[in-house]
Design a protein around this ligand. Structure first.
Ligand code: IPM
Ligand code: MG
Length: 364
């Protein structure tokens, strides 16, 4: 029997509710398969840890999780700690420390979910957003001087390396190639940002030659928002910079019905380090501790974890269970206009998993 070693980092807010739900679902999948099981180690890093120790995670924390097969992450954010501290002290420390340079964000309108677009059938919105996850606007380059004086100055420098752009574009072309439509939209802002974004466009053209079977086009990020709303079916795989894709993926999640459903994978495609899987929603302190959080974003992230581990059949079983649950409005949480609790949705997904025909490991 194979054992996958998972680091569970609930973090803050509703992360403490959805990560235990995610573990429960992984256990249900493991029990069904009989071929593999999960061994969890919990790391209580985040806002509470910061209050006790002055840091979000221990200085050598990465070493504690370096040898895990994957990381299940909840959220980082605390109303009493500045957001840039919670972000840089935990989530970005892991993403950048483990060079998880490819952030993958699939978006679909799941069965039973009502998206806000009037003229969009569920089949018209089936996207994967690939977000550059290691540099660009999140490179952390910049500084402040003359603080508190009238001449105060602050810079955030977006830094793009040829190696970083090449690897994310190559990854995005590969994702596009693996999907039925083989369609990629490269998003930049090369009219206004005339250096790094022009380099993106040039590298996109170079890398595209390695993928003659992928159809691709370019779109400026502002025009991309309008296209997502007005012509969603013309998009399939999208690739964009760290910040552009951050913004586009919130729009995508909202168009698909709720931020509570949207999943993320922070991948090290070269598998030198563990990859990290997390729901897109934040810590949502307004609803924390009430059992109202939608765990579907975490479950879909768990599907992506199973795919990354090579457990394709288990991933499909779990995705089917998720879609059976979203199809039933009685199992919708408050973000979807329903009354179901986190626990009810979790138990319903586990029940569907338990009913599924036995998972055949690695069957494709
Ligand atoms: C996301 C989030 C984060 C980001 C926040 C929490 C800093 O919005 O994962 O999309 O901007 O990267
Ligand atoms: Mg975001």
């Amino acid at each position: 029997m194979k054992t996958y070693r998972i680091a569970a980092i609930p973090g803050d807010g509703i992360g403490k509710e959805v990560v235990p739900a995610g573990k429960r679902v992984l256990e249900a999948i493991g029990a069904l398969s009989g071929d593999f099981t999960f061994e969890f180690e919990d790391f209580a890093w985040g806002g509470d840890y910061y209050r006790r120790h002055g840091v979000m995670m221990p200085a050598d924390g990465l070493n504690e999780i370096r040898n895990k097969d994957a990381i299940l992450f909840g959220s980082a954010g605390d109303p009493h700690i500045p957001d840039h501290i919670t972000l840089w002290g935990l989530r970005l420390k892991i993403c950048q420390g483990f060079d998880q340079y490819a952030n993958v964000r699939p978006t679909r309108i799941l069965p039973g979910i009502d998206g806000p677009l009037k003229r969009c059938a569920p089949k018209d919105l089936d996207w994967v957003i690939v977000r550059e996850n290691s540099e660009g606007e999140y490179a952390g380059v910049g500084g402040r001087a003359h603080q508190g004086h009238p001449i105060e100055v602050a810079t955030d420098v977006s830094m793009m390396t040829r190696a970083g752009v090449e690897r994310i574009l190559r990854f995005a072309f590969r994702i596009a190639q693996s999907r039925p439509r083989k369609l990629l939209t490269v998003i930049t802002k090369s009219n206004a940002q005339r250096h790094a974004m022009v380099m993106w466009d040039e590298i996109a053209l170079e890398v595209s030659k390695e993928f003659p079977d992928v159809t691709w086009d370019k779109e400026l990020v502002d025009a991309a928002t309008a296209r997502m709303v007005n012509r969603p079916a013309t998009l399939d795989t999208l690739v964009a910079t760290n910040l552009h894709a951050d913004i586009l993926s919130d729009l995508a999640a909202a168009l698909a019905g709720s931020l509570g459903i949207a999943p993320t994978a922070n991948l090290d495609p070269e598998r030198r380090y563990p990859s990290m899987f997390e729901p897109i929603h934040g810590s949502a302190f307004d609803i924390m501790g009430k059992g109202l959080a939608n765990p579907i974003g975490t479950f879909w992230s768990v599907v992506m974890m199973l795919e990354h581990l090579g457990e394709m059949s288990a991933a499909r079983t779990l995705m089917n269970a998720i879609e059976s649950v979203t199809a039933d409005p009685a199992l919708h949480t408050a973000d979807l206009g329903g009354k179901a609790s986190t626990v009810q949705v979790t138990e319903a997904v586990c029940a569907f998993v338990a009913q599924a025909p036995a998972v055949v490991t690695k069957a494709v």
